[in-house]
Design a protein around this ligand. Structure first.
Ligand code: AP5
Length: 214
C-alpha cells in the first residue's frame, strides 16, 4: 500500500504516519526527518537543507526528489510506504507519479489531515522533539512521563528551531502557496480522503483506518 500524508505543518501527519506504518507494516518515510538526521550528522545535504528549513522555506525540488528516489530503492519499500512531507509541490508529485508509472505502480491513498491555521501555532509551540530518536510529543496533548525527557530513549527534548511562531507563520504561508494545490491534484485522481485533524489523536487514527481498511 502506498500512502501520502497531506496537511499543514503541525496537522499531525507525522503522529499518524508512525501509527499507520506500524499497523500496516510499511516504512514511514519523512523527508523532514531525513533532512534533520543529515543536519545532525553535518552532511553536505544537511548543510544545504538547513538554510531553507531555518527560514521555513521548502528545500529545492531536485534535492528532495533525488533523495526520495534513492530511499525507494531500499528493500523495506517492496510492499509500499507511508510518505510524510513528500510530495510538497506539484513538480514533486509529478516526479513521484512518473517514477511509479515506470513500474506500472501508483499511489493508493492521499490522506489530507485538515487542521485550521488558528490551531497550528498552538500545536507547534507545544511540540517537543527528542534529540536522540526524533520522537515527538506535545506538552499539553501528548506529554512525556518526565517533563523534558523522551519516554522512548531517555534523551532530552527540544523545541525545533522551525517551530518558533515567526517561522511557523512563514511555513503556513509556504504551505498554502505550494502544497495545498496537491489536495486538488489528488482529488482529481480520485484517491483523496479528507480527515478531520482537530479530533483527538486516537479518533484521527480511527478515521484513517476507516479509509485504509482494517
Ligand atoms: P517536516 O518535518 O515535514 O515539517 P511539516 O510538514 O511542517 O510537518 P511537521 O513535522 O511540522 O508536522 P506534522 O504534521 O508531522 O505534525 P506532528 O505529527 O508532529 O518538514 C520540515 C521542513 O523540511 C520543511 O519546512 C521544509 O523546509 C523541509 N522539507 C521537508 N520535506 C520537504 C519536501 N518534500 N520538499 C521541500 N522541503 C521539504 O504534530 C504536531 C504537534 O501536534 C505534535 O506536538 C503532536 O504531538 C501534536 N498533535 C498531533 N496530532 C494531534 C491531535 N489530533 N490533537 C492534538 N495535538 C496533536
Amino acid at each position: 500500500m502506498k500512502i501520502i500524508m497531506l496537511g499543514a505543518p503541525g496537522a499531525g501527519k507525522g503522529t499518524q504516519a508512525k501509527r499507520i506504518a506500524e499497523k500496516y507494516a510499511i516504512p514511514h518515510i519523512s523527508t523532514g526527518d531525513i533532512f534533520r538526521a543529515n543536519i545532525k550528522n553535518n552532511t553536505e545535504l544537511g548543510q544545504k537543507a538547513k538554510t531553507y528549513m531555518d527560514k521555513g522555506e521548502l528545500v529545492p525540488d531536485e534535492l528532495v526528489v533525488d533523495l526520495i528516489m534513492d530511499r525507494f530503492k531500499e528493500a523495506d519499500c517492496a510492499n509500499g510506504y507511508v510518505l510524510d512531507g513528500f510530495p510538497r509541490t506539484i513538480p514533486q508529485a509529478e516526479a513521484l507519479d512518473k517514477a511509479l508509472s515506470a513500474n506500472n505502480e501508483s499511489v493508493d491513498f492521499a490522506i489530507n489531515v485538515e487542521v485550521p491555521d488558528e490551531n497550528i501555532i498552538n500545536r507547534m509551540s507545544g511540540r517537543r522533539a527528542c534529540v536522540g530518536c526524533g520522537a515527538t510529543y506535545h506538552i499539553q496533548f501528548n506529554p512525556t512521563k518526565v517533563e523534558g525527557i523522551c519516554d522512548a530513549c531517555g534523551e532530552k527534548l527540544i523545541l525545533r528551531d522551525d517551530d518558533k511562531p515567526e517561522t511557523v507563520k512563514n511555513r503556513l504561508s509556504v504551505y498554502h502557496d505550494q502544497t495545498q494545490p496537491l489536495i486538488d491534484y489528488y482529488s482529481k485522481k480520485g484517491i483523496l480522503a479528507e480527515v478531520d485533524g482537530t479530533q483527538s489523536m486516537e479518533d484521527v487514527f480511527n478515521s484513517i483506518v476507516n479509509v485504509l481498511g482494517k
